[in-house]
Write a protein that binds this ligand. Structure first.
Ligand code: ADP
Ligand code: MG
Length: 362
């Protein structure tokens, strides 16, 4: 497929609906061939941002760039983009092949070329030979793949997807996530993907843009978002953290209740601070263990919740604060499974000691 995939740049985009500002000076640089997810809660402005990139809506101010071209005022059909939306809107009365051929016909591709391009797109989404099937006879996952095939068949330089998997059940969603990853690797296209599911965003993306209330709070790799969230909102939204207020005691340390915790990274310079205690970063340990690069917290187990592959254990610290940690639920992990009422000591590596400002947003 074509390799002239474009970088996308949003420059200080503001979008107002009446007196309501939905996007507040949103800027982002997306590299050619990059898979970027827009992650945020419902109503944060994700769909609005994607529609601006697609040309389905125009900004109140600011510019949209595809490479060196200012496309701010260009209509969608002249932007050469593939789109997949949540309700993938296939034509139910047409066959699979007729659905996929639709954008080719709209672009006046000669009929002699259409069949081959449709079959190639079907092969890419691993539905070879499905062209003659009626849409009504397909499963949800197959329909989703047909929608994808329709979005890629004309070799767009940019693919936009808005929560395309949210209607699917968990197993199928996870399968489709892996397929989207390999599809992206195969096509190399620039992809902007909207989701409210942090796990999906971390799984799929080269980088994730975390949004809240019309602002992008952080754009980073999944690993950096996880280990170095920019503020308490990002820390709370990515991963599974207890956010607790702490008091600064030094450039690299802060106090939670009576316990001083050291961080591998310098603390934010000023303002209120929170520790993001990630459930999976806390490990139960012996009462007398002291490793120089770990912090230790002691408490009492309040509750143990079985969640399949792991147990979620709620612990109350001496000052009454509640935190959670996770242990694998199988018995072969060599740790006695915790019981309610037990005292427990937890260790937290200084590298996993994440201390963030309350919020960076103005
Ligand atoms: P998300 O996709 O993150 O859930 P949206 O971009 O759909 O969020 O919406 C962001 C905000 O903008 C919401 O508060 C929504 O109600 C508002 N909004 C979206 N579209 C319109 C519109 N056409 N008119 C007025 N308000 C809108
Ligand atoms: Mg939306």
């Amino acid at each position: 497929m074509s390799s002239n995939f474009v970088p996308v740049r949003l420059e200080k985009i503001v979008k107002n609906y009446g007196i309501f500002t939905v996007l507040k000076e949103v800027s982002i640089d997306i590299r050619a061939g990059e898979f970027v997810s827009i992650l945020g809660p419902s109503g944060s402005g994700k769909t609005t941002m994607l529609q601006l990139i697609g040309g389905f809506s125009r900004p109140t101010s600011g510019r949209v760039w595809f490479g060196d071209s200012d496309v701010t005022l260009l209509p969608p059909q002249r932007r050469d983009i593939g789109v997949v939306f949540q309700n993938y809107a296939l034509f139910p009365h047409l066959s699979v092949a007729e659905n996929i051929a639709f954008p080719l016909r709209a672009r006046k591709v000669p009929s002699s070329q259409i069949a081959a391009q449709v079959e190639k797109a079907l092969a890419t989404v691993e539905l070879p030979g499905y062209g003659e099937r009626p849409i009504a006879k397909l499963s949800g996952g197959q329909r989703q793949r047909v929608a994808l095939a329709r979005a890629i068949v004309f070799e767009p330089r940019l693919i936009l997807m808005d929560e395309p998997l949210s209607a699917l059940d968990k197993n199928l969603r996870e399968t489709m996530q892996l397929e989207l990853r390999s599809l992206h690797a195969k096509l190399g296209a620039t992809v902007v993907y909207v989701t409210h599911d942090q796990r999906e965003a971390l799984t799929l993306s080269d980088r994730v843009a975390v949004m809240n209330a019309g602002r992008i709070l952080q754009v980073d790799t999944p690993r950096t978002l996880y280990s170095a969230p920019a503020d308490a909102f990002v820390a709370g939204f990515v991963g599974e953290s207890s956010l607790l207020p702490v008091a600064r005691t030094g450039t690299n340390s802060a106090r939670l209740g009576d316990t001083v915790l050291r961080s591998a990274r310098p603390l934010p310079a000023d303002g209120e601070l929170y520790i993001a205690l990630q459930a999976e970063a806390l490990l139960p340990c012996a009462a007398d263990e002291t490793e120089s690069d770990c912090n230790y917290l002691s408490g009492q187990v309040r509750d143990v919740v079985f969640q399949g592959e792991s147990l979620k254990v709620k612990v109350v610290l001496a000052d009454g604060t509640e935190i959670s940690f996770r242990v694998p639920s199988h018995h072969s992990n060599n740790i006695a499974l915790p019981q309610a009422g037990q005292n427990v000591r937890l260790k937290l590596h200084v590298e996993d000691t994440v201390i963030v400002p309350s919020s960076n947003a103005a």
